[in-house]
Design a protein around this ligand. Structure first.
Ligand code: NAI
Length: 251
């Protein structure tokens, strides 16, 4: 098993890519802290983890609220006494408005969830990992981290920022034993883009059809890439941006 006895926090792990990653991590022996705002979905995810013979617990957390993040870190340390892996996965697509139409509130919501939350959580967890002398962080960025497109101003800005955060933190903390990388999913079949995927004429669907994979990805396909970067198989990989997009961004 690739993550035997490792303690992993995965934000936004009650559905979509985060939940798929949680189940993959558990199958590889990790103890997973399930993180999200929705208690019902969180409890259901933990039930699935236990039914699969795994270990974990749910911590109800709003990643945009610093006190909530403190409670998450404290609860994890109380339960397990260490944090080996952090996956900053929670995200919102938010508005696709451009500069003429976007409100400051809309901007702040997208930036605080997709960029400031990973910053705040890394600020709390990197010292724990440095003290341990080891740790791996995987940030779930996006195809919107490397180009402009359908995501809109706030989402594209936040995901570009997340790549910068990944690279700079990797420079600053890699030598202390903390490996920090990013996955860049393309269109993945989750609630986030479910509506878009039902419209064949939508530019995203048209581009998917032209891409090498000719389809949207499954959450598990991103989860496996996250597993790779979080595991010792990626021991020489620091600050990388791994596209998991079926070739969507190569043309
Ligand atoms: P999803 O909507 O199924 O899941 C998002 C998760 O984030 C949910 O569990 C949600 O509860 C959680 N979340 C949102 N705001 C939160 C908050 N304030 N506090 C705690 N949890 C919060 O979407 P999906 O697709 O699984 O997204 C996961 C990540 O993948 C996001 O960062 C997203 O930007 C990224 N991504 C998704 C793509 C796609 O096509 N689905 C493409 C590229 C990146």
């Amino acid at each position: 098993m690739k993550l035997e006895n490792k303690v992993a926090i995965i934000t936004g792990s009650t559905k979509g890519i985060g939940k798929a990653s949680a189940m993959i991590f558990v199958a590889e022996g990790a103890k997973v802290v399930v993180v999200g705002t929705n208690k019902e979905r969180g409890d259901a995810t933990v039930k699935e983890i236990l039914a699969a013979g795994g270990e974990g617990f749910f911590q109800q957390t709003d990643v945009t609220d610093e006190a909530s993040l403190d409670a998450l870190v404290n609860a994890t340390m109380e339960h397990y006494g260490r944090i080996d892996i952090l996956v900053n996965n929670a995200g919102v697509s938010g508005t696709t408005a451009n500069m003429n139409d976007i409100s400051s509130d809309e901007w702040n919501t997208v930036l605080s969830t997709n960029l400031t939350a990973p910053f705040m959580l890394c600020k709390k967890i990197i010292p724990v990992m440095e003290k341990q002398g080891s740790g791996a962080i995987v940030n779930v960025a996006s195809m919107a981290s490397t180009g402009a497109g359908r995501g809109g101003l706030a989402y594209t800005s936040a995901k570009h920022g997340l790549l910068g955060l990944t690279r700079q933190m990797s420079m600053d903390h890699g030598r202390n034993g903390v490996r920090i990388n990013a996955v860049l999913p393309g269109p993945i079949d989750t609630e986030m883009i479910a509506r878009v995927l039902t419209i064949p004429q939508h530019p995203v669907c048209m581009k998917i059809k032209m891409s090498p994979a000719t389809r949207a990805g499954a959450p598990e396909e991103v989860g496996k890439a996250i597993l790779f970067l979080a595991s010792d198989d990626a021991s020489f990989i620091h600050g990388a941006s791994l596209a998991v997009d079926g070739g969507y961004t190569i043309f």
